[in-house]
Design a protein around this ligand. Structure first.
Ligand code: MN
Length: 244
């Protein structure tokens, strides 16, 4: 059986606002399928009375997807006016899921918000907006059609797992975030940084089977850029090795 890879979903209003969708972008599904995994979309669960344990038992690996801002209360800050309104159900579920996954040996790939969720769940903090750190470039927050464009370069640090996976020292990437890592969670290390302004673009926990996260969107790039497909392939290879 292919390794089962859980994908975190979000709730989205229908265009007429009469119904909501439990949604993920198809790019995540396509990337996991192309890399050889079985994509499984996880529902947001209101409580953690066994649901999170069940989710972890049902999958061999996890992708924490992109999305909106994590509530600053999770990292000990009051909301800045530039912080977007959080989705409290999603935050609660994903933070609990991340902590449970960290406590096990579940293989985890975090993407954009997913990187931020993992850092916060493990005790790190975020900058609530690009404007909170002097010298940071607006290039990180592409919108609309630019979401798929490669708009800034990242340096992939030698000696990291990320470098071993991607096999490149530098890569041009997509970028649609306005928040980013401030303090790294204990036990995490930086694996990539933006060339232009040096912000954290990747992190990992070296003493785990697989906890890798990137601030860009490899799921928008995997079809044309094998080094970004390699992130999903590495997740799936680790999920296959560590499954019970
Ligand atoms: Mn960026």
């Amino acid at each position: 059986m292919r390794p089962r890879i859980g994908i975190t979903s979000w709730l989205r209003d229908d265009s007429d606002r009469l119904e909501r969708w439990a949604a993920v972008r198809e790019t995540y599904v396509g990337a996991i399928r192309t890399a050889g995994g079985l994509p499984m979309i996880l529902p947001i669960a209101d409580d953690d009375s066994g649901v999170i344990t069940d989710c972890l038992a049902a999958v061999d690996g996890l992708v924490f997807t992109g999305g909106g801002d994590v509530a600053p209360a999770y990292y000990g800050q009051s909301p800045d006016e530039r912080c977007h309104e959080p989705d409290r159900q999603r935050d609660l579920f994903e933070i609990n899921l991340a902590r449970a996954a960290l406590a096990r040996r579940t293989a985890v790939l975090g993407i954009c918000r997913g990187l931020q969720v993992l850092n916060v769940a493990a005790g790190g903090t975020l900058y609530q907006d690009i404007g909170c750190r002097p010298g940071t470039s607006l290039l990180h927050a592409a919108r609309g059609e630019d979401r798929r464009k490669l708009i800034h370069a990242v340096r992939v640090l030698p000696g990291t797992r990320l470098h071993a996976i991607m096999g490149v020292a530098e890569s041009l990437v997509t970028s649609t975030h306005h928040q980013f890592v401030k303090d790294l969670a204990p036990g995490f290390r930086v694996t990539a940084e933006s060339v232009e302004d040096g912000i954290v673009e990747g992190l990992e926990q070296p003493d785990r089977p697989f906890l890798v996260a990137v601030q860009w969107h490899p799921e928008r790039m995997y079809q044309d850029h094998p080094e970004h497909l390699a992130l999903f392939q590495a997740l799936i290879a680790s999920a296959e090795q560590t499954r019970g």
